[in-house]
Design a protein around this ligand. Structure first.
Ligand SMILES: CC[C@@H](C(=O)O)C(=O)SCCNC(=O)CCNC(=O)[C@H](O)C(C)(C)COP(=O)(O)OP(=O)(O)OC[C@H]1O[C@@H](n2cnc3c(N)ncnc32)[C@H](O)[C@@H]1OP(=O)(O)O
Ligand SMILES: [Co+2]
Length: 134
């Protein structure tokens, strides 16, 4: 089911500062900030040789990462995203095995314009998993 690691996401309280740190202190290539109101976040991608880091800042009133940052005000690892070839087949297989697919269960379009789904962190050892169809 799982392909490559698509990205590793870090929730941050200040996206401008986090982007500057990756760009200037770590010398990484960073994207422009992308507001994604449908996901309740603004995102910057850090481009790496073998994957990406996704820096996430809350956007709007009901950001799904707001509670996470209340618990971890300086930020923290938020989720890991794996590539999948067929997100609906993966969803159905995971649901059949008892894993909780978050939200309506229907994929949303993510930051890369591809369908994404999330799996409950409590079902996977305290780690929020995102699947992205590539
Ligand atoms: C940029 C677009 C897109 C992409 O294309 O890549 C994205 O990545 S969007 C990223 C933001 N969107 C999401 O994260 C959607 C999925 N997330 C959710 O639905 C919620 O965040 C959640 C996972 C259901 C948690 O919601 P929350 O309001 O925090 O609920 P709780 O406080 O009840 O948390 C339940 C339980 O889970 C623990 N938790 C919460 N978030 C995480 C996490 N990221 N990693 C690990 N554990 C997490 C939380 O601590 C609670 O645990 P207990 O306190 O022990 O009950
Ligand atoms: Co993501």
């Amino acid at each position: 089911m799982l392909g490559r690691v698509n990205h590793i996401a870090i929730a941050v309280p200040d996206l401008t500062a986090a982007t500057a740190s990756y760009r200037d202190t770590l010398g990484a290539k960073v994207s422009q900030a992308q507001a994604l109101p449908e996901h309740g976040v603004t995102v910057v991608f850090v481009e790496l040789e073998n994957t990406k880091v996704e820096l996430l800042e809350p956007l709007g009133e009901n950001s799904p990462i707001a509670a996470f940052l209340e618990k971890a005000p300086s930020g923290g690892m938020h989720h890991i995203c794996y590539d999948v070839a067929d997100i609906l087949a993966a969803r159905d297989q995971l649901s059949a095995s008892g894993a909780r697919v978050l939200g309506s269960g229907e994929p949303k379009i993510g930051a890369h314009g591809k369908p994404v789904l999330f799996l409950h962190p409590k079902d996977f050892f305290g780690t929020l998993i995102e699947l992205e169809q590539v």
